[in-house]
Design a protein around this ligand. Structure first.
Ligand code: AMP
Length: 361
């Protein structure tokens, strides 16, 4: 296949790797701009699969499925960062344009590579050290100091794959409890708030950065976001500088989520980056003229980026497990916009939908 002509014309087809709620909202945004969407997903029944015009059910590494996707689409994007990098490489080798590119994926898939990249690009983080063995884990905790947070280098999400190490003596048992896989040890951040910035970069290098969101987690899962967060000009400038450096450093195309810690003196540290649309950006659906999903489609399709200023103040609340059963109550609240993911079967903690409570700025 030859690379698609950009900007991608309405009527073209965009492929999405992954079938979750982020893929669903991307598919809906793409449809609004006149695109068709094909989803490649492992499960036959998925939130994005039911919003797409075509679904390929297969493992992400299945070459026949990737070939089918390549044949049907003009370009491919993804909705989660644990897409096998080999699949993206396969698509690229067969002439398929994949955005964001493989560099962003490689950096975001490995917490050590991620923090190393961030520091090298002028985006500060907590102190960290890597460890591949129990002895190295003990050395890393001794170097960083306890308490420290030990995280698996790969495949952690929603607080999974991490353990607090309260005392140096606990390093080896924490390493073993995480499965004896490569880890990083992070200094404990005594942050005053958790914030995030959602940002986009187009194919021409133009950037668009949304106002900061303030985020509250429970049991490692995002509970709610308030946006735009109360922040002075200095804090906003810092966030914009960090976002611009990360986007440029990755030669990025698309929307990225950057999670931040606000430290006592107002310094921002980056916790992690997600090379995709992000749960803390759901407020933009009802708080901005162009939301993060449309922005991502615009960016990958080579369209101009849209405005990012807030037009409303939003409290976004995730509906976890059976909370979504109260949909009729939320639907009856005039200030509440209800977003449901169409998931069959709820279990505790599962993200079933979210609401945006909208107030004037
Ligand atoms: P993560 O999976 O890295 O996003 O971490 C999940 C949550 O754990 C974050 O949202 C923070 O609340 C907390 N956390 C992560 N890293 C640190 C750290 N180095 N110090 C203190 N809290 C952290």
């Amino acid at each position: 296949m030859s690379p698609p002509a950009l900007p991608l014309e309405p009527g073209s087809t965009i492929g999405i790797l992954g079938g979750g709620q982020l893929g669903r909202m991307l598919a809906l945004a793409a449809a609004r701009l006149g695109f068709d969407v094909v989803v490649l997903e492992q499960k036959a029944d998925s939130p994005a699969g039911r919003a797409a015009c075509r679904l390929i059910v297969a493992d992400y590494g299945d070459e026949a499925a990737l070939a089918q996707l390549a044949g049907l689409t003009n370009l491919v994007t993804y909705e989660f960062e644990n897409v096998p990098s080999a699949s993206v490489a396969w698509l690229a080798a067969h002439g398929v344009e994949v955005a964001p590119g493989s560099r962003a994926l490689a950096v975001a898939q490995d917490r050590f590579e991620e923090k190393t990249f961030l520091n090298a690009n002028g985006a500060p983080t907590v102190a960290f050290a890597k460890a591949d063995t129990a002895q190295e884990a003990a050395d890393a905790v001794a170097q960083i100091g306890a308490p420290a947070l030990m995280k698996t280098r790969r495949e952690g999400y929603d607080g999974k794959g991490q353990r607090w190490v309260e005392h140096a003596a606990g390093a080896v048992s924490a390493f073993e409890a995480l499965g004896g896989v490569p880890v990083i040890v992070e200094a404990a951040a005594s942050f005053v708030r958790e914030l995030s910035v959602i940002a986009a970069r187009g194919r021409d290098g133009a950037t668009a950065i949304y106002p900061l969101a303030e985020n509250h987690h429970e049991n490692g899962i995002l509970r709610r976001s308030i946006a735009p967060a109360h922040a002075d000009a200095a804090l906003n400038d810092q966030a914009e500088r960090i976002a611009a450096r990360v986007l440029a450093g990755l030669d990025y195309v698309g929307v990225i989520g950057i999670e931040l810690f606000e430290m006592e003196r107002g310094q921002l540290l980056v916790n992690e980056i997600a090379p995709r649309v992000h749960n803390t950006g759901h407020w933009t659906e009802d708080g901005c003229e162009v939301d993060q999903f449309e922005q991502h489609i615009r960016a990958v399709a080579g369209w101009p980026l849209g405005p990012t200023r807030a037009i409303a103040r939003v409290e976004m609340v995730n509906l976890l497990g059976e909370e979504a059963e109260a949909w009729a109550k939320f639907a009856a609240e005039p200030e509440t916009r209800l977003h449901l993911y169409g998931k069959r079967g709820s279990r505790p903690g599962r993200k079933m939908g979210h609401i945006n409570r909208v107030r004037p700025l």
